[in-house]
Design a protein around this ligand. Structure first.
Ligand code: FAD
Ligand code: NDP
Length: 315
């Protein structure tokens, strides 16, 4: 199949691009991914609870409900959505040829909005075949309600918004939730920090790192090192949650698009244009600074408008 606009991704950037491209009568086709990068179609917001800072929802909205609405709005204006991952794409000539899980095709223009995936900490005991998914997770919303975590001590690693949000969420289930952070101040926004610091079930372990996950069939303890004193100790824990940031989903591009040293796509200033004419990037895959649903949506809008101009000039 040949398309005017191919949109790869399924978060706020991809769907905003789709809404704008569909309303511009460009008949966009959107590949939303099938557990691409380990995240469900809909992207990172499917892994969270209340979203309180997306305009239009004064009472807040659950992350998965917001992504369902994005999708419904894309479809309403005529976007064709496939629940497949794009695995390969060839940017050497236009139209750009691509291969997805069950089909292949070509497109005159491409918007890459594949977002980012939660990082895992590589420490002894936490790998696949060890205690990963046996008390260790990078998605508290997905796994936090497991019976094994009820009224047990839980550990969250990180110091950003995700870490404090995850910790606050886990207080519904755990007895105490420890936030282990490698520095002595949080990176999280002030309002989110305050909520965590005021929560009597959350305990901060400042300037500390987890060096090992311990247990036989399920997590039983983590080894925590105080970076200031050098002292190490075992901290009993039934759950360990990583909230240490994200990796952009750019591996499938196979080095054809310019990226920075952390693999984020580089776009031209004040633009979503990549180094390949006709290929645009929007959302967290090209943004390591703001990384919000609303900024992803904003850049998705920019990408669709830029595609419209590009196709008018390059039919
Ligand atoms: P993403 O949401 O990352 O989605 C991209 C998706 O594209 C992927 O997940 C995958 O499903 C799909 N995909 C990837 N590769 C491919 C491929 N090759 N083919 C097809 N599909 C593919 N922001 C806020 O503004 N407010 C909040 O309250 C908030 N809470 C958050 C809570 C958590 C726990 C996290 C992790 C993030 C939160 N954020 C929040 C940040 C927000 O979720 C992101 O900034 C936003 O989702 C980024 O959108 P995106 O469109 O760039 O991509
Ligand atoms: P961030 O990159 O903001 O924070 C990652 C945290 O993990 C940092 O505190 C970092 O420490 C720590 N870290 C990184 N690597 C390691 C490591 N190897 N060992 C130990 N600690 C490590 O990621 P987030 O996922 O928290 O946030 C991503 C984006 O999503 C942000 O823009 C955030 O605002 C947004 N978001 C918004 C929410 C909201 O508004 N409700 C909720 C959740 C996320 P250090 O600080 O020392 O670098």
């Amino acid at each position: 199949m040949s398309h005017r606009v191919l949109i790869i991704g399924s978060g706020p950037a991809a769907h905003t691009a789709a809404i704008y491209a569909a309303r511009a009568e460009l008949s966009p086709v959107l590949f939303e991914g099938f557990m691409a990068g380990g995240v469900a179609a809909g992207g990172q917001l499917t892994t969270t609870t209340d979203v309180e800072n997306f305009p239009g929802f004064p009472e807040g909205i659950m992350g998965p409900d917001l992504t369902d609405r994005f999708r419904a709005q894309s479809e309403r204006f005529g976007t064709t959505i496939h629940t497949e991952t794009v695995n390969e794409i060839d940017f050497s000539s236009r139209p750009f040829r691509f291969k997805a899980d069950a089909q292949e095709g070509s497109a005159d223009s491409v918007i890459i909005a594949t977002g980012a995936t939660a990082k895992r900490l590589e420490i002894p005991g936490a790998g696949d075949g060890e205690l990963w998914q046996k008390g260790i997770s990078a998605c508290a919303v997905c796994d936090g309600a497991l019976p094994a975590f009820r009224d047990q001590p839980l550990v969250v690693i990180g110091g950003g918004d995700s870490a404090v949000e995850v910790a606050s969420f886990l207080t519904k289930y755990g007895s105490t939730v420890y936030i282990v952070h490698r520095r002595d101040e949080l990176r999280a926004s002030k309002i989110m920090q305050q909520r965590a610091l005021d929560n009597p079930k959350i305990e901060m372990l400042w300037s500390s790192v987890v060096t090992q996950a311990k247990g036989t069939d399920f997590l039983e303890a983590v080894r925590v090192k105080d970076l200031k004193t050098g002292e190490e100790r075992n901290l009993p824990a039934a759950g360990l949650f990583f909230a240490i940031g994200h990796t952009p989903n750019t591996a499938f591009l196979n080095g054809q698009i310019d990226t920075d040293e952390q693999d984020y796509i580089v776009t031209k200033p004040d633009s979503t244009q990549t180094n390949i004419p006709g290929v645009f990037a929007a959302g967290d895959v090209q943004d390591k600074q703001w990384r919000q649903a609303i900024t992803a949506a904003g850049s998705g809008c920019m990408a669709a408008l830029e595609v419209e101009h590009f196709l008018a000039a390059n039919p």
